[in-house]
Write a protein that binds this ligand. Structure first.
Ligand code: PMP
Length: 408
């Protein structure tokens, strides 16, 4: 029998792997580490990092509402009325009248019976899936769905099945295989966050009807962006009455933080009483909720913002394509730029950063080994002059690194 001393010595120290994790430190030592950049000041389309101003083309602030005077005023008013935090979950002491107002407004925007507000978009997805997909049920997901949808499946007791990105034939095979399941939920991003393409919603809807499944669309990057009223993917296709559940985040077009699900009243009622991320986490503070309500007002009153967003997206994507960059089939204000392997991507990112342009690197496992990208996204408030500076920097750096042709 092992002595106490031996068994202590043989035990694996959980922290060993942390000491062996050197990849990030190596990039830091080479001055190429792109993450956790501390923003000292934010001025909508520009940020200050270590005293230097950068044009922000790595934000999800699509409508440019984080600094809108009316939105700031409404957030300040709510701060004074409700204080800085709710110190409790929606279920207990953390529901404000503002949460309920927001739920009504969102239900109307999404053409749904009801809506439920969570504290983040991530929690919303985890809360919907883990709340609904029980024993014997199946959750079917596009392989490129956002991590929060996939993580929701980990908390759910049902089975996870995945299909290749956008492959409706593969989806059909998965659904066929699970015909006898105790209920099926198909989940898909409306706009895929690393690709910037729009889901084939009409086919997805036909398929879910044929197999008697339910559909959840993640509209994080669609609401405020797609559709005549900014109602998202289903409104874009004119099919709001056919989608079962829509998930929304407030961390993008709505200039805040938080999330919501819109759908039938009985499902929302069920989730209110069965969704652990809702019940066991503190609610969105009043100032954050008021921000979203104010953004909804601005969306209604200033529809030209969405038009400007699309004009800017066409301008930047067209410019990048004309320079010879591969924008990976982007159809929305999310515009990824193909950058090759990881090493080249870090160097590309750093050269643009030094030139005053903030982008986000996308690396495996989010994309295959040699298909890395720099992800850019435009805002309604980017000026033409700013977008030209972005294009100019991309041209100089892209040529220098041999990502596009032409003299450096
Ligand atoms: N879904 C998608 C498609 C997203 O891109 C994100 C955020 N990146 C989320 C969900 C999570 O939203 P939040 O940031 O509000 O937690």
């Amino acid at each position: 029998m092992a002595t106490i001393e031996q068994s202590v010595r043989q035990t694996v120290d959980l922290f060993d792997k942390c000491r062996r994790f050197t990849a990030a430190r190596e990039m830091m030592d080479r001055g190429l580490y792109p993450y956790f950049q501390p923003i000292e000041e934010s001025h909508d389309t520009e940020v200050v990092i270590r005293g230097e101003t950068k044009i922000m083309v790595g934000s999800n602030n699509y409508l440019g509402l984080t600094h809108h005077p009316y939105v700031l005023e409404k957030a300040r008013e709510a701060l004074a009325r409700y204080g800085t935090g709710n110190t409790g979950s929606r279920f207990l002491n953390g529901t404000l009248d503002l949460h309920e107002q927001l739920e009504s407004r969102l239900a109307a925007l999404m053409g749904a019976e009801a809506a439920l507000v969570f504290s983040t978009g991530y929690q919303t997805n985890v809360g919907i899936i883990s709340g609904l997909v029980g024993r014997g049920s199946v959750i079917v997901q596009d392989r490129l769905n956002h991590a929060s949808l996939l993580d929701g499946s980990q908390l759910a007791v049902g089975e996870l099945a995945r299909y290749a990105h956008g492959d409706m034939g593969a989806l059909r095979r998965v659904l066929n295989r699970h015909r006898d399941a105790n209920g099926i939920l198909i989940a898909s991003d409306g706009v895929f966050s690393m690709e910037g393409n729009i889901v084939d919603l009409p086919t997805l809807l036909d398929m879910k009807d044929e197999f008697g499944a339910r559909l959840l669309v993640d509209d994080a990057h669609s609401v405020g962006v797609l559709g005549p009223n900014g109602g998202g993917t289903a409104e874009h296709f004119g099919m709001q009455d056919r989608v079962d559940l829509t998930m929304i985040t407030f961390s993008k077009s709505f200039a805040s933080i938080g999330g919501a699900v819109a759908g039938p009243e009985d499902v929302i009622h069920y989730l209110k009483h069965h969704s652990r991320p809702l019940i066991f986490s503190a609610s969105m503070p009043g100032s954050a909720v008021a921000t979203v309500l104010a953004c909804l007002d601005v969306m209604e009153q200033e529809p030209q913002r969405r038009a400007q967003l699309w004009e800017n997206a066409h301008y930047l994507r067209g410019g990048l394509n004309d320079l010879g960059f591969d924008t990976v089939g982007s159809e929305t204000p999310i515009i990824p730029v193909s950058s090759g392997d990881m090493e080249k991507t870090f160097i590309f990112w750093k050269a643009l950063f030094d030139a005053g342009i903030f982008t986000n690197p996308v690396l495996p496992p989010a994309v295959p080994e040699n298909a890395c990208r720099l992800r850019t996204s435009v805002m309604a408030t980017h000026t033409r002059e700013q977008l030209d500076r972005v294009l100019d920097a991309f041209q100089r750096v892209g040529r220098h690194l041999g990502i596009i042709g032409g003299a450096a």
